[in-house]
Ligand binder design. Structure first.
Ligand code: ATP
Ligand code: MG
Length: 421
């Protein structure tokens, strides 16, 4: 039996990179005042249809939707903003303005699997509820920039656009329809259909043959009113002041319909076609559209598979998790003692990474395993040592003679010789 296509096992040899990302994200989000929450992976299908939008790739063709045994239509979450908003409304989190939350976990989209694009993938999702001004945008962008630095990743570029209010989007829609109608023969089938339903989505087309036409399309920024312009200008001033480089991209619309105002993406040139590592934006209408109070909101999601791939491409050194010590026993008496000795050692030296090898077998085989593990020292207990209350300490990385240490002195010896190196 094999795993489902597009759904990956994350194996022990890759887990350090994942833990590196999770550890730094968790620490940094906590430091900026964000609280973690964990909504379920399944929601009513209706939630995603209403939030992401009926005429989007995600809702039209990518959702894992099924009827449960009561005949209710449920969907594996394709993204997490809708779930967090639903949960925030349900549990009254929006009563405190400026609430900052985040979550992390798997998302599911029935896409064509390829490098950087999977059917189960993972995101870190970060949201701010109740802040209407551009300080929320600036904070999210600065937080993400700090995360790239903390992870050791460089070279990500920030793209920004502002989609403005629904009124601006409606005016823009008219301009787009005029433009694309004048070039109807150049539209692919998907785009021709979207002319009728959701013309903004045409700009999000990944079809290479559509790109030249999209490049020449009218710009949404030309439809901005004074308020949209002021919001964007203030944000840009904040970013300039904080030394953030960005590129304004008037064609950036993102693949979900709930966005209003600022949208942004962090991209890389090092991963091929799947170049967006993080994307987000403002969605000031979504909370009320799915039954909550009027509440401006903004968020972003990081694609963890792509971030982990970048760690590899950029050869970022990851903290090693090799054991410090490998405790091996040989003989009945010694093997009974081994775990008790190890537990006392762990009590005395809590940060010690120690593996116990007390299965039947020769010291020779166990030393081989100890060596392969990368451990600094091996602690050997035979029946003779068990009787005399001593342990043989063998340095696996330096040519020094083996020493005999009394069990009572072992913790001090290990702490001095192993943790300090
Ligand atoms: P893309 O344009 O690459 O399809 P998207 O705009 O659909 O991305 P979002 O829904 O905004 O992506 O999700 C945010 C991030 O999640 C993306 O920038 C990307 O890093 C990651 N992501 C999205 N879909 C996938 C997928 N199928 N496999 C792996 N990562 C993904
Ligand atoms: Mg997509």
């Amino acid at each position: 039996m094999l795993a489902i296509r597009g759904m990956n096992d994350i194996l022990p040899e890759n887990i350090r990179a994942w833990q590196h990302v999770e550890h730094h994200a968790c620490a940094l989000l906590g430091a900026y005042g964000y609280e973690e929450m964990r909504p379920p992976m399944v929601e009513r299908t209706e939630l995603f249809r209403r939030s992401i939008g009926e005429v989007t790739d995600i809702v039209e063709k990518e959702m894992y939707t099924f009827d449960d045994r009561n005949g209710e239509s449920l969907t594996l979450r394709p993204e997490c903003t809708a779930s967090l908003v639903r949960a925030a409304i349900q549990h009254g989190l929006l009563r405190t303005p400026g609430r900052r939350v985040w979550t992390m976990g798997p998302m599911f989209r029935y896409e064509r699997p390829q490098k950087g694009r999977y059917r189960q993938f993972h995101q870190i999702d970060v949201e701010i509820f109740g802040v209407g001004g551009p300080s929320a945008e600036a904070e999210l962008i600065l937080l993400s920039r700090r995360l790239w630095t903390a992870l050791g990743i460089s070279g990500l570029a920030l793209e920004l656009n502002s989609l403005g209010s629904r009124a601006i989007q409606a005016r823009y829609r008219t301009r787009l329809v005029e433009y694309f109608s004048a070039h109807a023969s150049m539209l692919d089938a998907d785009s021709a259909r979207r002319m009728e339903t959701n013309p903004l989505r045409i700009l999000d087309s990944k079809n290479p043959s559509m790109q030249a036409l999209i490049e020449e399309a009218p710009r949404i920024t030309d439809q901005h009113d004074a308020q949209a312009r002021a919001h964007l200008d203030q944000l840009l001033a904040m970013l300039d002041e904080a030394g953030v480089a960005y590129r304004l991209n008037p064609r950036l619309v993102r693949g979900l319909d709930y966005y209003t105002g600022t949208v942004f993406e962090w991209t890389t040139s090092e991963l091929g076609a799947q170049d967006a590592v993080c994307g987000g934006g403002r969605y000031d209408n979504l909370v009320s559209e799915i039954g909550g109070p009027a509440c401006p909101a903004i968020g972003f999601a990081i694609g963890l598979e792509r971030l982990v791939a970048l760690l590899e491409t950029q050869s970022v050194e990851l903290p090693a998790a090799v054991p410090h010590a490998w405790l091996a026993s040989n003989g009945d008496r010694a093997s009974i003692l081994a775990h008790a000795v190890a537990e006392s050692l762990r009590d005395a030296v809590p940060e010690l990474r120690l593996v116990v090898d007390a299965v039947p077998g020769s010291f020779k085989a166990k030393l081989k395993r100890a060596d392969r593990s990368g451990a600094r020292i091996a602690l050997l207990i035979g029946d003779e040592e068990a009787r005399s209350g001593t342990i043989a300490v063998k340095d696996l990385r330096a040519r020094v003679p083996q020493s005999m240490v009394s069990i009572d002195d072992l913790a001090g010896h290990v702490a001095r010789n192993v943790l300090t190196q």
